[in-house]
Design a protein around this ligand. Structure first.
Ligand SMILES: CC(C)(COP(=O)(O)OP(=O)(O)OC[C@H]1O[C@@H](n2cnc3c(N)ncnc32)[C@H](O)[C@@H]1OP(=O)(O)O)[C@@H](O)C(=O)NCCC(=O)NCCS
Ligand SMILES: CCCCCCCCCC(=O)O
Length: 164
């Protein structure tokens, strides 16, 4: 039988970044519309905190809460894809491109246990006209849960990226 975990029981979630990361303010760059993944920082679905690493690439610490469940005790693949969609698309914005996501390919490598804090890494690997290719992965220590390649298409003028 599934165990119900309340919000209160799930309170202690450590989303701190590494010492050489700086906080990144996503709403300051793209507005407050990204509610689906990162819009409920005390909720039981995702809790997300954004950073830039020393190389200025976007990173996120993400907690997959009980409401992301798919296979028993583990995150739904769609929840993992949603997180990658947001983080990798936002990575394009953080690199100065006003984009939407046109194509996202995800490889699910290992089941992700619920109530795990993971790191989502991103890297802008190429820019070709309006096409901004971003790669990323969901990992924790040596464990890799998913890898993704994300084709973003610029839809507007380049944006000035913000430091956080
Ligand atoms: C992405 C989108 C803006 C592209 O439409 P568009 O501005 O008319 O651009 P085009 O169709 O001319 O595509 C531009 C280029 O990207 C390529 N491209 C677009 N979508 C692609 C896809 N899914 N896969 C691969 N390449 C794609 C095109 O082949 C074209 O390449 P080219 O310049 O070498 O010919 C549009 O399809 C869209 O709005 N899709 C929905 C996006 C969305 O809802 N994302 C989730 C929320 S962020
Ligand atoms: C106008 C703000 C757009 C921000 C886009 C950031 C990536 C979101 C990905 C998605 O919605 O699928």
């Amino acid at each position: 039988m599934a165990t119900t975990i309340t919000n209160a029981e799930a309170m202690a979630v450590d989303l701190r970044g590494e010492s050489d990361w700086t906080a990144f303010d996503a709403p300051a760059l793209v507005g407050s519309s990204l509610r689906f993944v990162s819009g409920d920082p005390q909720g039981d679905r995702f809790r997300v905190r954004y950073y830039r690493d020393a190389a200025q690439q976007l990173k996120a610490r993400v907690w997959f809460g009980p409401e992301t469940e798919g296979p028993p005790g583990h995150a739904h693949g769609g929840s993992i894809a949603a997180v990658l969609d947001e983080v990798l698309g936002l990575s394009g914005w953080a690199a100065g491109h006003a984009v939407v996501v046109a194509n996202l390919n995800v490889s699910f490598r290992n089941l992700l246990p619920l109530q795990t804090v993971v790191t989502v890494e991103s890297e802008v690997v190429s820019i070709n006209g309006r096409k901004v290719l971003v790669k990323g992965r969901v990992c924790s220590g040596s464990a890799i849960y998913a890898e993704a390649e994300c084709l973003c298409i610029a839809i507007g003028q380049p944006k000035t990226s913000v430091a956080g």
